[in-house]
Write a protein that binds this ligand. Structure first.
Ligand SMILES: [Zn+2]
Length: 82
C-alpha cells in the first residue's frame, strides 16, 4: 500500500466530512468507489488507535478498495487533561 497516497486520501475525506451534522452518521453510509464507479456499501475497519481517537477505514464490500477514512475523536477526554 502506498502510505503517502493513503494519508492524502484520508485528508481529502476529512475535509469533505468536516461540515457539521454529517460526521456522526457516516457509519451506515454508502460511499463512492472509484473502481466500481458507483456508490457502494462499505465495511468499517479499525485502522489505528491514536491518543486523540480511533481511526477507521471504509472499504468497498465488492472490490475491497479503500473508499474513505474517519477518525472518532475523543475530544471529551482531552478536557480532563489540565
Ligand atoms: Zn468497489
Amino acid at each position: 500500500m502506498d502510505f503517502e497516497k493513503f494519508m492524502k486520501s484520508s485528508e481529502t475525506f476529512g475535509e469533505r466530512t468536516r461540515s457539521p451534522g454529517m460526521f456522526k452518521d457516516l457509519d451506515a453510509t454508502e460511499l463512492y468507489c472509484p473502481k466500481c464507479k458507483r456508490a457502494v456499501p462499505v465495511r468499517k475497519r479499525l485502522l489505528l488507535v491514536l491518543p486523540e481517537g480511533d481511526k477507521y477505514e471504509y472499504r468497498c464490500v465488492f472490490c475491497a478498495e479503500s473508499v474513505g477514512m474517519k477518525t472518532d475523536r475523543r475530544e471529551k477526554n482531552m478536557t480532563l487533561i489540565v
